[in-house]
Ligand binder design. Sequence first.
Ligand code: MG
Length: 378
Amino acid sequence: VIRVDSVQLREIRLPLKEALVSAAAAVADRRIILVELRTTEGESAWGECVALEAPTYTSETVDTAWMVLRRWLVPALLGASWEKPEEVASLLEGTLRGHPMARAALEMPCWQLAAGSQGLSLVERLGGTRKTVETGIALGFSEDQQAQAQKARKAAQEGYRRIRLKIAPGRDEEPVRTVLNALGGLTHPLEIPLAVDANGSYRLEDLPLLKRLDGAGLQLIEQPLSPKDFLGHRALQEELITPVCLDESIHHPEDVRLMLELGAARAMNLKPGRVGGLTASLKIHDLCQEAGVPIFVGGMLETGIGRAYNVALASLPGCTLPGDLSPSAHYWRRDLVEPEWTMEDGLVTVPWGRPGLGVEVDVQRIETLTVRRETMSL
Ligand code: MG
């Protein structure tokens, strides 16, 4: 039986090496909530909340998550006795409606505690099967098409297994052509797959344009329409050969059931933070695997702590598409974990056999970055 008797919330600020600009947001200086759990046995586990500063990706923000954590979620977890992290997921989901990113920040480190109590690594506890996971890269909007072409070529040379380009109305055909050209795809088959992510910025009336993109041999078109428009996505998927992939539409395994039932998409961007944690992620994994829908693990500009959970999840058998698992050095001058996450030939090594997250959290470094904290205990 595990009991968490103390939770420390911290907010840190970590400047990105380069801002990521999409139809959802422009993020340069990342405000991040970190969570440290301590058990009555003296074990500790770190979690990370993926909410952004503004409610532009989903409705949650750093400040709503902080409030919901301190007022409702942490008090619900403190002193509760549980054996399996699935029980924590139910407890938190039963505490309030919505707020999956806040819930995930508490639920994910419970998986680490559960793994540790059985002497397992997080990867083993989750049921991972891969020794390495394939990594893709996301390219944001750029005013400079030459620079964009340069970045695409560099990513291909660095071994990335996929490029995912952010698009929006008016910033679609030309950037796609630029990147395809840079990768040789206009004259030869693509060396690496190209996907696009619209962050819900199109409407069904944009079908003619989306049909033109459909002819470009893209790996997938991610979240073309607004998050609640499941029927629109179904209508679109019926018209397109390219698989539609959902991201912002999916907050719960029930959303995936709806997506599959309707045939609204043929690929899944799975972000554990967006769906309330790893318990829900495993359910979604199983639903998609059963339906033959490939998954990739999406990124939310996490530090190396959040990355550890994402790498473990990406090692599951249904996660067959390259994830947003770029190495630490792609995002940060210095990460919060030791060793930092690295990539070789587009592959990240899954930390099998290493306890817990598989990386050490650099508490000293976190201390220097902390701008607010609150400790809650029994
Ligand atoms: Mg997306």
